[in-house]
Design a protein around this ligand. Structure first.
Ligand code: AKG
Ligand code: FE2
Length: 302
């Protein structure tokens, strides 16, 4: 699907654009199947280790992980895209239907930022640590990079793999608050990286329920958050970022790659094994260097 000028105009004006049914099941199902296969395999392991009593075979994608995690939640931290690093997940990062839409914002030379996640937000209380990394307080994505990326247009692409509704912690955004630049954030204990009270815009909050196949495009200055999951379903989603090739990602210690290039097609990263190796090497190095993801001071819990 190519976006219309009306759609890109809405993004410019509102700071976001939701495109309903922008993708097809054929685009998304390989990723879902990859996660289902991993969870199936790990559930069998947990059962054989005596950590769970039931593998919940046959439970739907948006429930099975929660049912397993009620008994043992050790799978949870290994599921994000840069840890699981599946072939279908990597292929999706270059999905043509997705990149055709991204191109309307970024241009034809497209780099995939390493700031990307696959998030299975569990029903409240089931995540391993006291705070679930997929419950995120008000922030701008402009705030999650190093300063080097401040001048760069980085497009956030957020899409659900299962229903994302208010009850299971879908996104909330503040439309039309872009254009005044980066706001001051702090990293607050128990909460995460959040805009300071002084810099929070006094603006209307829009709750954005979304279904599988819908896609949200978000300007990096739009404050957004997601609350805890008060349902018994898992809110599965992906958030990806794209930008013009040659611009800094703001995460130089993690691997970006060229996802589309009409002028230098040979520069596109197509080999899953290369991507896998790049992430493995970056994570090994980061374990030594412990680089900070962003610039904000840490402050104690309220
Ligand atoms: O998925 C969420 O709950 C938060 C995602 C987010 O902050 C983002 O995609 O930038
Ligand atoms: Fe964000």
């Amino acid at each position: 699907m190519r976006l219309t000028q009306e759609q890109t105009g809405q993004f410019e004006e509102q700071g976001y654009l939701v495109v309903r049914d922008a993708l097809t099941d054929a685009d998304l199902d390989p990723v879902i199947e990859e996660y289902e296969a991993h969870i199936d395999r790990r559930a069998a392991e947990l059962k054989s280790e005596g950590k769970i009593t039931d593998v919940h075979a046959g439970a739907p994608f948006d429930r099975r992980l929660a049912l397993i995690c009620r008994e043992c939640n050790e799978i949870y931290p290994e599921l994000d895209i840069m840890y699981l690093r599946g072939r279908a997940s990597f292929a999706f990062l270059r999905n043509d239907n997705l990149l055709d839409m991204v191109e309307a914002f970024v241009g034809p030379e497209i780099t995939c930022s390493p700031i990307q996640h696959i998030r299975p937000k569990l029903p409240g209380g089931l995540a391993p640590r006291s705070s679930d990394p997929h419950v995120v307080p008000w922030h701008q994505d402009a705030g999650v990079t190093w300063e080097e990326a401040d001048p760069t247009f980085i497009l956030t692409v957020w899409l659900p793999l299962s229903s994302a509704i208010a009850e299971n912690g879908c996104l909330q955004i503040m439309p039309r608050t872009h254009g005044s630049g980066l706001r001051q954030h702090v990293t607050r204990g128990g909460e995460g990286t959040v805009i300071t009270d002084e810099e929070m815009p006094d603006a209307e909050v829009l709750t954005l329920p979304m279904e599988k196949r819908d896609v949200l495009f978000l300007h990096k200055e739009i404050p957004h958050r997601s609350t805890s999951n008060r349902s018994d379903t898992v809110r599965w989603s992906m958030d990806l970022r794209y930008q013009q090739t040659g611009t800094p990602t703001g995460r130089p210690f993690h691997p970006d790659f060229v996802a589309r290039s009409p002028t230098r097609p040979e520069s596109v990263l197509k080999d899953w094994a290369d991507w896998d190796r790049l992430w493995a090497a970056a994570q090994a190095q980061a374990a030594i260097d412990k680089p900070r993801g962003h610039r904000w001071p840490s402050v104690p819990k309220r």
